[in-house]
Design a protein around this ligand. Structure first.
Ligand code: ATP
Length: 452
């Protein structure tokens, strides 16, 4: 048995010995196991974990109906939801074939068997199964950043995660910049969890969510009787974060009057409660976040420049989801896997047009939007596939057609040759020097790419 046979595990569920033989013979390039009833089929699925199953819907004790076949299908998918089951039906059994597809079967084929057609369906099923397995492995490796709950494979984001890990243990003040829903809060929490302060509290205040009149008391606390309604001494949120991390979300919404007070705290590291006389030293690590452009706010006079430099000892710009390579599809798989467990729809997968649409949509609402979109689709999808329509997305105009690495290299080579030759005004010696190749090699390349 060669390596390929070991990988292509096929289970044939068929009670007719003649057909069993025919199917074995048709798939001699696969590692074929055979079962003739529900019990042996389930035992084989557990033992061999076949990627693809062909199953006669008419199994004993109901060889002329489909009840036993459909029950077997349901149990196989409950045990191994990613198995691609192809049901084989009688000529008159179209309705049951559709029922099986609705329950999560991958495809159906009507008897009498056409070995060529069936082989095509089986091979496509193996291909899809392999793609889905690769996707899952990708997901596992991508979630292996040290940041809990953060899924990414984009080189820019991976670099940011490494920066977060590196600076977590220092006390430097960090400002996280990025559009809404890009994961600023996730990264702020990571800074705390990966720091030596993680046994103490992380306290957060969202400057945009609290009215200006209450924000000062929220941040700095107050003494009893400081204002009407101040019935007891109340520490502020900064003080409550003593020893831990203080997260100021939406810092761009901090009113100017409080910006001055926050700046004083950052310089002196003591706070004074409203109505109090005592200066209270507070040891906290400060992390801020905003979706606003603080530099523009400084120009407009709505954000203090001196505060900006205090807060941005390190500033990290988090890219929007549309600027992360491959992350939208990766996150879509992640959320689909999460929700299909919750919704008990284990066999649900994306159709190709759904994956194309996810990859090409610009996700203005970022990760929150993709999460909601997938959640809705998992609940709404009618069959075993989530389509672009279930997602409420237009199928992509330029659907992702897999290309070979050679094609990618050729395209890059072609573009670079044109750019460099233009830059040196057609001087081949100079172009060869810039590209790090000899002149004859460059002539060869130009010939191959049809460049004069
Ligand atoms: N890379 C990621 N992988 C998985 N889930 C993520 C990722 N980034 C963010 N999320 C999830 O997306 C949602 C939004 O993230 P988060 O609240 O951190 O964004 P934000 O930038 O702080 O948004 P806002 O500016 O609106 O407060 C959260 O449910 C979060 O768990």
């Amino acid at each position: 048995m060669n390596a390929n046979q070991i990988q292509k595990k096929l289970l044939v569920i068929e009670d007719d010995p003649g057909l069993q033989k025919q199917l074995r013979w048709s798939f001699d390039d696969c590692n074929v196991a055979v079962a003739s009833d529900r019990e042996s089929a389930l035992a084989q699925v557990r033992r061999h974990e076949p990627a693809v199953v062909t199953m006669d819907l008419g199994l004993p004790p109901d060889p002329d109906g489909a009840t036993e076949g459909l029950a077997t299908l349901q149990q196989i998918l409950a045990v191994a939801p990613d198995t691609k089951v192809i049901v084989l039906t009688g000529n008159q059994n179209h309705e049951n074939a559709l029922k099986a597809i609705n329950m999560g079967a991958y495809d159906f084929h009507q008897k009498p068997l056409d070995a060529n057609v069936l082989s095509l369906i089986v091979n496509r099923a193996f291909y899809l199964h392999r793609l889905q397995r690769e996707n899952r492995e990708l997901l596992k490796s991508s979630s292996s950043t040290a940041i809990p709950g953060l899924i990414t494979n984009d080189p820019g984001m991976v670099k940011i995660c490494q920066q977060i890990e590196r600076i977590a243990s220092s006390d430097v003040t960090v400002t996280l910049l990025g559009e809404s829903g890009t994961g600023k809060e996730v990264l702020a929490k990571a800074l705390h969890q990966l720091s030596d302060r993680n046994s103490k509290r992380m306290v957060a205040v969202n400057c945009a969510a609290i009215p200006e009149s209450l924000l000062e008391a929220e941040l700095f606390g107050y003494e009893k009787g400081a204002f009407s309604g101040a019935v007891k001494q109340t520490p502020g949120k900064i003080e409550l974060a003593q020893g831990g991390t203080f997260f100021l979300d939406e810092i761009g919404d901090l009113p100017l009057s409080l910006q001055a007070k926050l700046l004083r705290f950052l310089q002196e590291r003591v706070i004074e409660r409203i109505g109090g006389r005592e200066l209270i030293p507070v040891d906290v690590r400060i992390v801020c976040a905003t979706h606003q452009n603080l530099k523009k706010m400084i120009e407009a006079g709505t954000f203090r420049e001196d505060l900006y430099y205090r807060l941005c000892e390190i500033s990290i710009h988090i890219p929007a989801l549309r600027d992360r390579i491959g992350d939208a599809v990766l996150l879509a798989h992640h959320f689909k896997n999460q929700f299909r467990v919750k919704e008990k729809r284990q066999s649900l997968n994306f159709s190709q047009d759904a994956l194309d649409a996810i990859g090409s949509y610009s996700w203005p609402g970022n990760i929150r939007e993709i999460e909601n979109c997938i959640k809705r689709a998992v609940i709404m999808a009618e069959g075993s596939q989530i389509t672009a329509a279930d997602l409420g997305l237009q199928p992509a105009a330029d659907s992702f057609a897999p290309v070979t690495l050679r094609e990618v290299r050729d395209k890059a080579e072609h573009e670079m040759l044109i750019k460099v030759l233009a830059r040196v005004n057609g001087n081949v010696a100079r172009a060869a020097e810039l590209l790090g190749v000899t002149r004859p090699t460059l002539y060869d390349l130009m010939n191959r790419h049809g460049l004069k």
